[in-house]
Design a protein around this ligand. Structure first.
Ligand code: SF4
Ligand code: SF4
Length: 492
């Protein structure tokens, strides 16, 4: 460990940390653009200047300078403040003042730093530099060369994280700009991450441009349901519609990244044709009538199988298992759904909680399985067609109206992955908190509450179910989120 002082306070810092990292870890506000903890250090933006050991003639860029024993670091001295103002004045000479139409407004470090550290006025009376404002980098990303501050985060993302160079810096001095490489476009399936890390609005997602101002949206910290990686995300919603998924940093799972397929799937959770209320034997029913119809059909459970989606949370799967055990149903299958994974984040398993289902005793449908007497389908799942041959009855719990839902003996409403709460276990065995980003509204009770009612189980609240699930999953410790009691329940 190294002992040093930051703004007069003595502190201990791990060996190998830079001054910027030491400051950020201690909540000391040092502005920066080009540094990114998952891309690395470059030292080009000159925004993170600090004073070291009283040297005011030559301030130090804190992102590149390792901490040293006995260092005296000042981040708010008059010389540092003056230098920051000067650097910001240079940035603002050419940066267009189009915040009013810029998607980055409200989440832009240039805006924030100009407010917190900037000169407050401009001495620049000349014409600003003009450049192309709509360069097609790909079918997903547009580049505004006027807004670019040349921090090179985008080029370094490809070089350092994706080991490719689809874009680079060309020209010199005031003509420097980001440009496409010989390929003429970016094809990387993770390219939308450069939109997140661009500190200004120079890179925008074509799918999300001008869609919604960030300050109008409500964000839920949850997990991408797209595959068993379980990338941590923020899901942004406006007036009951999802507008964006963005990665949320988790060093153990996805660092700061997510795949484009997962990111662009947000709109699939905005359902028009959702199941509301209950149906039994072809007619609308109350929850009591639906529960009675399920009980009558299942009887003593002989010949009945459950096929559960692995988009269900561990808590929901535990509730389903409890129901099945109480009814004598011993066949617990989980449904598979696959796509083409890759060697970065995306997994072949296109569902988020197969590991949770396996831990709770659900098994894949055996290749030689024959159709049961009755089938209970819990959640959004692909069903092998031969399982539907000659069924006496079919119970379907689904968020969306579909052919299967229409043919069900009993139809129960279900929630999408963006309306659920609980935990999923990813392919690494990490159990993560899932929080609702949308409220499905009336007629769609929480899945866990529905299975509780079907099971006549005595869980008065989600917290009680959570405790029972924790016991069943003893040893699989939830990580990366608030305890269940902190989650606000949507209409149940
Ligand atoms: S486009 Fe954005 S991320 Fe890339 S260099 Fe310019 S400001 Fe930085
Ligand atoms: S890798 Fe999987 S979990 Fe991560 S964003 Fe893509 S689909 Fe979602």
């Amino acid at each position: 460990m190294i002992t040093l002082t930051i703004n007069g306070e003595t502190t201990e810092v791990e060996d190998g940390k830079t001054i910027l990292q030491a400051c950020l870890e201690r909540g000391v506000d040092v502005p920066y653009y080009c540094y990114h903890e998952d891309i690395g250090i470059d030292g080009n933006c000159r925004m993170c200047l600090v004073e070291v050991n009283g040297n005011t003639d030559k301030l130090t860029i804190s992102c590149k300078q390792p901490c040293g024993e006995g260092m005296d670091i000042q981040t708010e001295s008059p010389e540092v403040k003056k230098a920051r103002k000067g650097v910001l004045e240079f940035y603002l000479i050419n940066h267009p003042l189009d915040c009013t139409i810029c998607d980055e407004a409200g989440q832009c470090p240039l805006q924030d730093y100009a407010y917190r550290h900037g000169p407050g006025d401009s001495r620049f009376v000349e014409e600003k530099r003009h450049a192309d404002k709509r360069v097609e980098f790909s079918d997903k990303v547009l580049f505004d060369a006027e807004r670019c501050i040349l921090c090179t985060r985008c080029t370094r993302f490809f070089e350092n994280v994706r080991d490719s160079r689809p874009i680079g810096v060309c020209e010199m001095g005031g003509k420097s700009t980001i440009t496409l490489g010989p390929n003429g476009k970016i094809e990387d399936p993770y390219q939308l991450n450069i939109v997140d890390i661009c500190p200004v609005g120079a890179l925008t997602s074509r799918a999300q441009r001008f869609m919604q101002r960030v300050w109008f949206m409500d964000f839920a910290e949850t997990v991408c349901p797209g595959c068993s990686k379980g990338c941590n995300i923020q899901a942004g919603a406006y007036q009951g519609q999802l507008k964006r998924f963005e990665p949320r940093r988790n060093a153990d799972v996805n660092k700061s990244w997510m795949c484009d397929d997962g990111r662009l799937s947000f709109d699939t959770y905005n359902l028009d044709d959702r199941v509301r209320g209950f149906r039994a034997l072809g007619a609308d029913a109350t929850i009591e009538q639906a529960v009675a119809a399920v009980r009558k059909a299942v009887g003593d459970g002989a010949g009945v199988a459950v096929l559960a989606s692995t988009k269900n949370t561990c808590e929901e799967l535990f509730a389903i298992r409890t129901w099945a055990q109480g009814k004598g149903v011993t066949t617990l299958w989980h449904g598979a759904s696959t796509w083409a994974g890759d060697d970065f984040l995306k997994q072949d398993d296109a569902t988020p909680n197969t590991a949770g289902a396996v831990a709770l005793g659900f098994v894949p449908v055996p290749a030689d399985a024959t159709a049961p007497r009755g089938l209970i389908v819990a959640g959004d799942v692909d069903i092998p067609e031969h399982l539907l041959d000659g069924l006496d009855f079919l119970v379907v719990q689904a968020p969306q109206v579909g052919m299967l839902a229409e043919g069900a003996t009993v139809l129960l409403p279900g929630r999408t992955a963006m309306e659920k709460r609980g935990t999923w276990i990813n392919h690494q065995g990490i159990r993560q908190e899932v929080r609702p980003a949308l409220d499905p509204g009336a007629g769609v009770p929480a899945d866990w509450a529905l299975w509780r009612d079907l099971a006549d189980a005595g869980w008065p609240s989600f917290a009680h179910l959570r405790a029972a699930t924790d016991e069943a999953l003893a040893g699989v410790v939830p990580s990366g989120g608030a305890p269940a009691g902190d989650v606000v329940e949507t209409s149940a």
